[in-house]
Write a protein that binds this ligand. Structure first.
Ligand SMILES: Cc1cc2nc3c(=O)[nH]c(=O)nc-3n(C[C@H](O)[C@H](O)[C@H](O)COP(=O)(O)O)c2cc1C
Length: 313
């Protein structure tokens, strides 16, 4: 039985990937996720310089969803370098079959800064660079996330590609657009080697009815967790129908069956974010065991063969 996935020329031992922002950039946290079975790890979004997030409360969750407005707090590229290097050194010391790729996620507020942060991440040398153009708090000169406009999305992709050297570049899209296929095509045409679909939905709001006030200090936040899964699966389907480059799908993944569903919609790898809050860091080994069980029951020898299966019918 083969669960290995080749994505942008990089080998992932299984299709589960830690989503960006869930466990920061701390080397030991990333290592812990890998020890617990993840097939890939993504750093949280790294800025060029220190970036303060939003004041608290920044997050709340129910059994159906999480809402957050952490506001991408980060210590900047120099701090990230130390931590990501720690992970990379540990990973390289493992036997080859146990090594797990690192995806370095970058963010910026201008095209000029995207060039600089791409250079900084290239020097660190992760296996793949993921470009976050979809955070609701990071806007282009017209006041929108870059991912909300095909021209801005293409421009951010192009500048990162130019400065990333040989490292494959993937772009993280926003689900909060009418036609995600159009944005995906612009990124593909500008040199993206893959796409991540998608960031949080929203913005959403939760009101405390005892105080009649929004719970988050930022009032609104991005929504993740089980409730967004059907919406996210459709975004992956729409993206896979529009482009040829491979996709990391995510949004509400809790189980092995959820991973299979995203893969059938066209994802090659599948991110787990809020799932870590619901099932603990062990979610990765549990999900991998559930995928294995499904493969045995359904006589699937090679997992890569199910990518886009639902699209082809
Ligand atoms: C607390 C929190 C912080 C996040 N921070 C980032 C981030 O730094 N960069 C990014 O690209 N996505 C970030 N995300 C989005 C996730 O990577 C993911 O796209 C989204 O949560 C949907 O997946 P999920 O339902 O499995 O959580 C964050 C999500 C959460 C819940």
């Amino acid at each position: 039985m083969n669960m290995t996935i080749n994505f942008c020329g990089v080998t992932f031992p299984n299709p589960t990937v830690l989503a960006s922002g869930i466990l920061g950039v701390v080397g030991d946290s990333l290592k812990n996720v890998v020890i617990n079975g993840a097939g890939g790890v993504t750093s949280k979004s790294v800025w060029l310089t220190r970036h303060d997030g939003h004041p608290g409360p920044v997050m709340m969750g129910t059994q159906n969803f999480y809402i957050n407005a952490v506001g991408l707090p980060d210590g900047g590229i120099e701090k990230a370098r130390e931590e990501l290097k720690k992970y990379m050194e540990w990973n390289e010391s493992q036997p080859e079959e146990k090594q797990v790729p690192l995806i370095g996620n970058i963010v910026a507020g201008s095209i000029k800064d995207f060039a600089e942060i791409a250079k900084g991440m290239r020097q660190i040398g992760p296996d793949i660079i993921e470009v976050n153009i979809s955070c609701p708090n990071v806007e282009d000169e017209f006041g929108r996330p870059f991912a909300h406009c095909a021209i801005s999305a293409g421009a951010a992709t192009e500048i990162v590609k130019k400065n990333a050297g040989k490292i494959p570049v993937i772009v993280k899209l926003s689900p909060n657009v009418g036609n995600i296929g159009e944005i995906a095509k612009a990124c593909e045409a500008s040199g993206a080697e893959g796409l991540t679909v998608a960031n949080t939905f929203g913005p959403g709001m939760v009101i405390d009815i005892d105080t009649a006030e929004p719970i988050l200090a930022n009032k609104v936040g991005g929504v993740s967790g089980p409730g967004i899964k059907p919406l996210a699966v459709k975004k992956v389907w729409d993206t896979a129908s529009a482009v040829k480059i491979p996709i990391i799908g995510m949004g509400g993944v809790m189980t092995g069956r959820d991973v299979i569903e995203f893969m059938m919609a066209g994802a090659s790898l599948v991110g787990i974010g809020a799932g870590v809050y619901y099932r603990g860091v062990e979610v990765f080994s549990s999900v991998v065991a559930e995928i294995e069980e499904w493969m045995v029951e359904n006589k699937v020898a090679n997992l890569q063969n199910i990518v886009g299966k639902a699209l082809k019918k």
